[in-house]
Design a protein around this ligand. Structure first.
Ligand code: FES
Length: 352
């Protein structure tokens, strides 16, 4: 409702200082503006000792913030990066990260708490109302601003001194490079690591449940077998990184049911091996429908047809699962005949 809509003969509050503002009776007009509430002085407004107490509390919070910042710097230079401590109830944590987080948190919290306490207890709490006004500045103010700008430019001599102007522009253009250099702290580039896995020619295919090398007869029709490359141990420091790329699933399909020619060539007696990592956003695929040879990713229901090159038949995945070419060694164990020929997982890495 705009001010023009309010009937003039109604009881509207006259001024902000009116002692009856909060109590204006609007029984005959429930839509009348009740005005501002009556101002009640705080204890700090009437008792100087209470005001002093609040002042000391605010100063104490700001001082604590300063001490926490000093603690942050001291922690950064003195705590070794690899020091681990036990903190209840979190458990084992990096001492450096814990100290940095704690001190920075305290420093920021104390500044915020001090400012809030200052505003609530000592700053003026008289409520004021300001009428809306035109957002655009009047024409004479705009003209004055433009004139001031032109005067400032003339007085600085920027037009007359191109040497200063050009070097200043150069300095301003280069200074953001310092920030770009700091990006180096994010670590080395991944190079080819995301495109390669530990699979290579001759690596045995290990059953991930029994940790035994697989023979063709171990892969039964209708079953889904999860596998990993030989030599990958769970206590290896990079086990999770490597298994996240090398995880494999094997199924056995009747050769005459395999529709894709390359898939048939890369299989062994109908046993096909595909990456277990979904090409949408990398979830492990885990559901196999033996009648249709479809595998389903539980995350967003992407479905792949393992009898047709693992092409996507449903869902958001962008491309087929990479297939691993497999064979059998002289001792009768299933082995890889090389690495995947394309990056596993989400399509991002293919474009990267
Ligand atoms: S991660 Fe598999 S469908 Fe999204």
């Amino acid at each position: 409702m705009s001010s023009q809509d309010i009937p003039e003969d109604k009881h509207l509050p006259s001024e902000q200082g009116d002692a009856h503002h909060g109590a204006v009776a609007v029984a005959d007009d429930p839509f009348a503006d009740p005005g501002l509430p009556v101002h009640k002085p705080r204890i700090q407004d009437i008792d100087e000792r209470a005001a002093k107490r609040s002042e000391r509390t605010v100063a104490m919070l700001f001082t604590l913030s300063m001490l926490a910042t000093v603690g942050f710097i001291a922690s950064y230079v003195s705590i070794p990066v690899d020091k681990i401590i036990y903190v209840f109830p979190i458990g084992k944590v990096s001492a450096l990260n814990f100290a940095l987080g704690l001190t920075l948190g305290v420093a920021l919290f104390c500044i915020g708490a001090g400012a809030v306490h200052w505003a609530r207890t000592l700053m003026s709490d008289v409520e004021v109302a300001d009428d809306r006004h035109e957002i655009a500045a009047p024409a004479d103010v705009k003209a004055k601003v433009m004139q001031d700008f032109a005067d400032g430019a003339n007085e600085s001599g920027i037009a007359r001194r191109p040497l200063i102007r050009n070097t200043m522009l150069g300095a301003l253009a280069l200074v953001p490079l310092s920030g770009v250099m700091l990006l180096r702290d994010l670590g080395p580039l991944p190079e080819k690591k995301l495109r390669k896995t530990v699979w290579s020619k001759g690596k045995l295919i290990i059953n991930q449940n029994t940790m035994e090398p697989l023979r063709p007869e171990d892969v039964l029709v209708g079953s889904l077998t999860f596998a990993m490359p030989e030599g990958l141990e769970e206590d290896q420091h990079d086990f999770q990184v490597q298994i996240a790329k090398a995880a494999l699933m094997l199924v056995r399909i009747k050769p005459e049911d395999i529709k894709d020619k390359q898939e048939l060539e890369w299989s062994h007696e109908g046993i096909v091996a595909y990456s277990k990592i979904c090409t949408h956003v990398g979830c492990p695929i885990s559901l196999y429908e033996q009648q249709t040879h479809h595998v389903l990713c539980p995350c967003h229901q992407s479905t792949f047809d393992l009898s047709d090159g693992a092409r996507v038949i449903f869902g958001p995945a962008g491309h087929a699962l990479p297939q691993l070419r497999i064979g059998v060694n002289d001792e009768g164990f299933l082995e890889a005949l090389g690495d995947f020929e394309e990056p596993v997982g989400p399509a991002f890495w293919e474009r990267g």
